[in-house]
Design a protein around this ligand. Structure first.
Ligand code: AMP
Length: 398
């Protein structure tokens, strides 16, 4: 079985074609600048060099057509005909309270994705555009929607409710949803396997640390709490997002600076986080370089990042009633042993003890805790695309 995985943004489209017999990626790529002048497709077939195809892509339909052409190209393609693709799995950001698992796309599913536009204004419309483009370009091939919010739907009300007037929950669905669910689910499955294979009885804290970051508390394989909220702005300091702040700061700064709601939203989503604190960069590598050169604000931004993460882990230790393993994943979690070590240093009070030599490795699954450690420390490279492909296969098999 061959499954195409698609992650659509408003002006971009990432794809991977999986051979589900081996779980191998046959080809992957990216369409950039859809709807903008100068669009191109970057396509890489497994074991071959990347090719860049400059072509006009006024809409996602042209982008999908170009992806199909690349996949069947005699020169750099990997299949003979698009009929070989058995299904398409789509990443969808917001499923609100309506989806607790992936599902085959129907008209009703699309209506609900549309209903969630308000909650995911930047992503959901683009996700739906990708689905509808595939329906037009590949009629008859089933589409599956995989939601970032779905894995967190097991949270109890005491974890997902905000202490606001109850009517906001009833009228506007204002509650915690959580994001990066596909990544948290993937690393949870891998962590359960590393702990012996039975989800029942396990207490795991998963840290997805990338440009956007979130942490989840997972008991018996099910999420009981997570750091992101109604939107992916909540939690701790990220590349450009502020994470949790005193909510009173919002009207205070709006009055002082004369910001509109949209301008304030932009400040918190795009101009805050390590970019805001350092005034230098949203990339953790640049900020680390700044810290190593003696820039105090870079040091402060990274100290804040590590401290806030440790506080989340501490609170989830209490929420779970203990912890078997802390998992680190995504760009920063997988690549930066310094952040992992600094965060684990805070966790010494729980009996966490790490082996610096093991922690220095990367690119593979590692348990970098010592034998005596009371909590395991796992580095697990995430694979959201494989998870989406597996969900798609499972639904099609049914
Ligand atoms: P992601 O969103 O998962 O792609 O992660 C992107 C983030 O990972 C960026 O902020 C990068 O700076 C960060 N990152 C990637 N490699 C490293 C590294 N070796 N050290 C620190 N941060 C890294």
């Amino acid at each position: 079985m061959k499954i195409l995985v698609i992650n659509c943004g408003s002006s971009s489209l990432k794809y991977q074609l999986f051979n589900m017999d081996t779980n191998e990626v046959m080809a992957k790529g990216l369409c950039e600048r859809i709807g903008i002048e100068g669009s191109n497709l970057q396509h890489t077939a497994a074991g071959k060099d990347k090719v860049v195809i400059e072509a006009a892509m006024p809409t996602h339909d042209e982008a999908i057509k170009l992806v199909m052409d690349a996949l069947v190209s005699p020169e750099y393609g990997v299949i003979k005909s698009v009929d070989e693709i058995d299904g398409v799995g789509h990443r969808v950001l917001h499923g609100s309270k309506y989806f607790s698992a992936s599902c085959i796309v129907t008209d009703e599913v699309k209506d609900v994705v549309r209903k969630c536009f308000d909650l995911g204004p930047l992503h959901n419309p683009a996700n739906l555009m990708g689905i509808e483009a595939c329906e037009r370009i590949m009629p008859g091939t089933p589409n599956v929607a995989v939601f970032d919010t779905a894995f967190h739907q097991t949270m109890p009300p005491k974890a997902y409710m905000y202490a606001l007037p109850y009517e906001f929950y009833e009228k506007y669905d204002v509650r915690r949803y959580g994001f990066h669910g596909t990544s948290h689910r993937y690393v949870t499955q891998r962590a359960v396997a590393m702990l012996g294979g039975k989800a029942e009885g396990t207490k795991i804290i998963t840290c997805h640390l990338g440009n956007g970051s979130s942490i989840a508390a997972v008991k018996d394989g099910k999420v009981i709490d997570t750091s992101m909220g109604l939107t992916p702005l909540a939690g701790f300091e990220m590349g450009t997002r502020c994470g949790d702040i005193d909510p009173a700061i919002v009207p205070y700064i709006m009055k002082k600076e004369g910001y509109t709601p949209d301008e304030m939203d932009t400040v918190m989503n795009k101009k805050s986080g390590i970019l805001g604190v350092t005034g230098r960069s949203s990339d953790f590598r640049d900020v680390e370089e700044g810290m190593n050169q003696g820039d105090e604000r870079c040091k402060l931004a990274l100290d804040m990042f590590r401290y806030q993460i440790a506080k989340y882990i501490g609170s989830y230790y209490v929420a779970l009633g203990g912890c078997d393993a802390v998992v680190f994943t995504a760009g920063i979690g997988e690549n930066n042993s310094g952040h992992r070590a600094a965060i684990c240093e805070y966790l010494k009070c729980f009996g966490m003890e790490i082996d610096p030599e093991k922690n220095a490795q990367r690119g593979k699954e590692i348990d970098f805790a010592t034998e005596n450690s009371k909590i395991r420390a796992f580095l697990i490279p995430t694979n959201e695309e494989l998870m989406i492909a597996q969900d798609t296969k499972e639904l099609l098999d049914k």
